[in-house]
Design a protein. Sequence first.
Length: 641
Amino acid sequence: MADAATRLRVQQIVLNRITSGSMFTAYDITVEARKQGLQLRHEEGKDIVHEMFQTGVMGASYNRSVVDVGAQVKPFVYHRFDVDPQGYNAPGGSVAPPKGSQSQSSPSKGSQSGFVGRILQRIFGTPSPAIQPSPSSSNRNPSGSSPSNTRGKPLVPRAPAKLNLDASAFLPISRTDLIKTAKGINLWGSPWFGRRDVIPPADDTRTNLIDRGMVTQGIVTPEQLTEMHRVGAEMDRFRPSQVLIRTESQRAGQAAVEEDKQKRQEEKANKKAEAAERLAKRREEIRYRKATDITFLGRGVSSKLNDRTSDVAKLTANGLPVLSTPAELANALSMSVPRLRWLAFHSDVATRTHYVSFDIKKKSGGMRTLSSPHRSLAAAQKWILRQILDRLPTEPAAHGFVSGRNILSNAKPHVGKEVVLNMDLENFFPSISFNRVRALFVRIGYSPSVATILGLLCTECPRRTAVFKGQTYLVATGPRGLPQGACTSPGLSNQVVRRLDRRLQGLANRMAIAYTRYADDVTFSGDQGLKDRIGYVMACIRHVAQDEGFSVNEKKSRVLRKSCAQSVTGLIVNEKPTLCRKKIRQLRAILHRAKHEGLDAQNHENRPNFRAWLEGSIAFLAMTRPELGQQMRSQLEALAE
C-alpha cells in the first residue's frame, strides 16, 4: 500500500489532469508518477484513482466508462461528460496490459459513435449552457484523441439550474405513470446514479422525473428545488478549489507530522544518548565502587555495611588497629578490596567454599567436623588473631587458648577438693553465631561495616553436599558460626563468653567454691558447701548458660567425689595434678619392653608415627610431673642409641 506522501503526489497528478480536462486511465497516472520518480505499482495507482472517483474528488463534471482499446484491454477511462470516451487514445500508444498477457495493448479505436457516446447523447440531449458539447467525429484529429480546444481548458462549472415551472412540466402524475416512466429509464446509463457526493442537474431525465414526483406530491416546492439545484451548481464550481485546499492541507498536515516525527526522533535519540551516558557513568561508578568499597556481601548479612563510624578512642586505648572502612581493612590485610569481598561474601548455596571440611571420631562416640581454611583466608584469620584478639583481655576463669594458661593451670584450683563438678557446653563453637561475633567487634570499637567483614571472615555455615542437574553444590544447613579448625575461633569464643564467665564466677564467689573454664568444659569444685548444694549449683549453671545462648550437654555432666579419680581436663586432681595411673603404667611398659623387643613392636594400635606419639605422651606427663617425664625421655633416647 502506498504511503501518504505518494498518495498526495498521485492525487495531485490526477487533479492536474482534471484541470486540463483530458481523458486518462489509471495506467496513465501510474506511468506519469513513475516518470516523476515515484515507486508506484499499477494496482496502487488504480486504487488511488478509483477512490478519488468514488469519493467525488474528481467533481461532478467527470465520469468514467469502460472502453475497449483492443488486445482484450478494457480499462476505465475517466473523462468529462461532454467528451466521447471512445475517442480515448493512450499516450505513447499503450495502456495497462491485460492479466496474463506480456504484450502491450493496441491504440484505442477512436470510434465516435460507440455505445457510450449514444448513451451520453440520450442522457444530455441538448447540452446545458454550463457544459460544452463534445466535438463531432469530423473535428477529431487523426490519432483519435480529442481536439486541442477541448484539452487544457479549466473545468466550466455547471450553471445554476432553471426549472420549467409551467403546468405542462408539473401536471399531476399518478403513481402508475410515475413507475412506468421510471422503468423506462436506464439507471446504469445515468452518470448520477448512486452518487452521494453531488446534487444531479435538473436536465437529467431521472432527476427531472424525481423532481416532478416530489413537487406533485407536495414534498418540496418548486422554489426549494430551484435552491437545491443552485446549491449543486455552486458545489460543482467550488469542488476543484475544495479538493486543492484539501490536498494542500493534507500536504501541510503530512509535513507537520513528518516534522513532529523528526523532532520526536531527535528527542528520542537525545534521550537515548543521555541514557547511554548515564549508564556509562553509572557503570564507571559501580566499577570504581567495587574496586574501592564493599556495600554488599550477601543476603542477611549486609545491613550494616554503610555504617563507617568507629570508636577511635576505645581502639587506641586497647592498642588495636584503627579501621573504619572496608578499604582500610583490605589495606591492613595486604589485599585488594575485590579479593576481600571474595573472601567474606556469604552465599547459602555455593559450588565451592574457603574451607576444607573433614570428620574425626570423638572419644565419647560420634563424629566431629573440622573445617580448615584455605591459604588466603587462613592468612587473614592469623592477622585478626594476632592484631586484634590476642590484644583483648580475658576473664581469669578462662584457661583455654590463653597465653600463659593451659590444662594444668585449669586443673590446679581443683586439687584436693571434696567434690568436683564437670559440665560441658553443647555445640560450643557452632552456637556462637555471626551476629554475636559482629556484635563483639562493634563492642570493642570497630564500625559496623568493619565488624561485619571481620565477622564473615571468622564464621562459616554448616553445609551439606547436594547434586542438581549434574552440578555439585554446598548447601547451608544452618546459620553462620565459629568453625572448628579456624585459628580465630578459640579467641573469639573467650571474648563472647566473658559475661558467662563473670556470672558463673559470681556464683562461685557467693558459694565459696572454685570455678574454671577450658573452652567448653566448665568445672566447679568445693568442699562441704558444694557437696550440700550440688543440685542447686547445677541448676544455676543450666539457667545461666541458657540465658547466654548456650546449652548444657547433660550426657557429659559428672559429679566426682574424693573417693574416685577426680579428672579435670585429662588430669587427676585428687592430691596433685597428674596423669592417670593407667596412662603412666602404659608408658612405662612400652619403654621397658622396647629394650628387648624393639620400639616398633610396641605399636599395637597401628599408629602412623608411633615414636612421635610416644614423645608427645612423655612431654604431656612432664608438664605435670617433670622428674618422671625427664626419666622416661632419657629411656626413649637410649632406645635410639
